[in-house]
Write a protein that binds this ligand. Structure first.
Ligand SMILES: [Zn+2]
Length: 583
């Protein structure tokens, strides 16, 4: 009898009824718990549960089943980014306390953009194999929005806290009410009340900033000790309500107090001192999980120092508006201020390298000692992109000395332990959720293979990741501008069709394009990208008219005076087909 065979290229998203069975045949299972590969397995999914893992030779497949050919492919658990923020875009205007550019973009616009684009960001996570996210500092409004994604197969599982409770708040975030990401606390009674105030919004846990205010004359120890009774009250109230407590504490001293006083999850690692064996022992005894977040500070430094060097992957997988905004520093009018920031940040590099090396050494030590390490990016902070920055974080963990197996565990089974879900998800075991990604290449050989995703199995659906993002004409044009500004030829050309044509008015009329085809564009732009390190295109004005985007462009960083021109982009079949230049 002919079986229902699913060809990989024909899937967009298939949602299967609970009783339907899917067989992934002859696949190599990545067993993150035993740290071994199991070749030639057939994995059975019923609804959204893994109901069988057997040697492919022995298995009989019922005629009614859906079959996915897993030959030559690798099946691993869906990944988790254990530290993100939906109230931050990853763009330039998202943290006015870091760089205040509210006169160019009001903070309200940024927050509105984030609510409007939450679905887009969620789709990007799933597209990149991240099927669970942990938002460790959010707002009441985002908690409400979270609930609307619960049954959507394109959206990862979301664990989210409310506004984070802190002894310190920057004035830029004052009076935002339910859009405020911080709750300022000064007494134990207030701490208890703030936990209670979050409860109606159903947070999945409570987050505390254990931050020592550097403005006081007291020592770190004295300031940290002063906050301890408040912290204890928050932990006690959270635990009373069965909520775990995640803590930001990056000094050795505050991290120790947090650990002693009931913290469950440290969302960053210690970076002011090399950690000692006593501290490791404390983490172990208390069963505390640690997220290193290695890349987030580089994101700020590279943006403010104007030395971002995004990869093709970043430029094509992240939200184009968010990543594109980082390049605005090249044209914002506050030249003196921005240049000062640039040289200050670049001059600070040597100190940062020191902190980086402390972080790397501490991570290696914790990982070797068997502390539960989870991978998290702190995405949303300026320069750290939702979804696409995850792979950079994993590679930094590798640079710190962790093995690929350890990193794969930190991306899968370890984060399941944050919320005691390790018996439900995080590895490929019969009875667990069928929350998995099918890869075209072996992730144990190279972390880059985590980007080669053929299919995502999530919430009972089988998803082709290429179909998750709705490509709009605007997104295509934005991505080619970003590629141009990054002088990344492949990213610049990617939105164009292979036979794209460029016309110039008034010199070259419609029938005579001055460039024909993508490969000729590559030749044409190669020299410019090579010799113009400050090349920058600013969009002065934009009109969006169905499948046409009309941009008024101002190009600097080239030999001679800036060039002003208008370009009409014509989009057809999800690619830029023609571009008309008017100068
Ligand atoms: Zn964070």
């Amino acid at each position: 009898m002919k079986k229902k065979l699913i060809l990989l290229f024909s899937i967009s998203t298939i949602s299967l009824p609970a009783f339907c069975q899917t067989y992934i045949t002859d696949v190599t299972v990545v067993d993150v718990e035993k740290q071994q590969l199991m070749p030639h397995q057939t994995v059975t999914i019923t609804g959204d549960i893994i109901t069988g893992i057997q040697s492919s030779e022995k298995i009989k497949i019922p005629a009614s089943a859906t079959i996915i050919d897993g030959k030559g492919k690798f099946l691993m658990p869906g990944m988790t980014d254990a530290h993100i923020h939906f109230f931050q875009s990853g763009g330039l205007y998202t943290r006015p306390d870091g760089l205040d550019l509210r006169k160019y973009r009001p903070y309200r616009d940024e927050i509105n953009w984030l609510h409007n684009n939450m679905e887009d960001l969620l789709r990007r996570y799933t597209q990149n194999g991240i099927t669970t996210v942990v938002d460790v500092g959010s707002t009441n409004h985002f908690l409400q929005q979270r609930d609307s994604f619960e049954n959507k197969s394109y959206a990862p599982y979301i664990h989210m806290t409310g506004p984070l409770i802190t002894s310190f708040e920057s004035p830029e975030f004052d009076s935002l009410k339910d859009d405020g990401p911080f709750s300022l606390v000064s007494t134990a009674e207030e701490g208890k009340k703030m936990v209670q105030q979050e409860l109606p919004f159903h947070p999945d846990f409570i987050k505390v900033w254990y931050i020592v205010n550097e403005d006081t004359e007291d020592s770190i120890e004295t300031t940290a000790k002063k906050f301890e009774p408040v912290f204890k009250a928050i932990v006690s109230e959270a635990h009373k309500n069965n909520l775990k407590v995640a803590v930001h504490a990056t000094e050795r001293f505050t991290a120790q107090l947090a650990a002693e006083d009931g913290c469950d999850y440290l969302v960053h690692e210690v970076d002011d001192n090399l950690i000692t064996d006593d501290f490791i022992q404390l983490l172990k005894t208390k069963n505390i999980i640690v997220c290193p977040t290695l890349i987030v500070e580089d994101g700020y430094d590279n943006t403010f120092g104007q030395r971002n060097n995004y990869s093709f992957y970043d430029l094509t997988k992240s939200n184009p508006e968010a990543i594109g905004s980082l390049m605005d520093l090249k044209h914002l009018p506050d030249t003196a201020y921005i240049n000062k920031l640039k040289s200050w940040v670049n001059g600070r590099m040597s100190i940062d390298n020191h902190i980086d090396s402390v972080r790397m050494a501490n991570l290696k030590k914790m990982s070797d000692a068997g502390i539960t390490i989870v991978a998290g990016t702190d995405a949303g902070n300026t320069g750290t992109q939702h979804a696409s920055s995850y792979i950079t974080e994993l590679k930094d963990m590798k640079a710190a000395g962790m093995s690929n197996w350890q990193i794969l565990r930190s991306a899968t089974i370890n984060p399941a332990k944050i919320f005691n879900k390790e018996n439900i998800t995080g590895s490929i075991v019969v009875g667990k959720k069928a929350d998995m990604i099918l890869l075209d290449a072996n992730p144990v050989d190279s972390l880059d293979n985590l980007t080669k995703i053929a299919l995502v199995f999530h919430k009972g659906a089988i998803i082709d990741p290429d179909t998750l993002i709705k490509e709009t004409p605007l997104a295509l044009v934005e991505r080619q501008v970003n590629g141009f500004n990054a002088r990344n030829m492949d990213a610049f050309l990617e939105p164009y069709s292979n036979d794209a044509q460029f016309y110039a008015f008034p010199d070259r009329p419609f029938d005579r394009p001055f460039i024909k085809g993508k490969e000729n564009m590559r030749k044409n732009y190669a020299q410019l990208f090579k010799i113009a390190p400050n090349l920058h295109c600013e969009i002065k004005q934009r009109i969006i008219q169905s499948n046409f985007i009309i941009d008024k462009e101002h190009i600097t960083g080239i030999d001679g005076p800036p060039v002003d021109g208008t370009v009409i982009y014509e989009i057809e079949d999800n690619k830029i087909k023609k571009a008309y230049f008017i100068q």
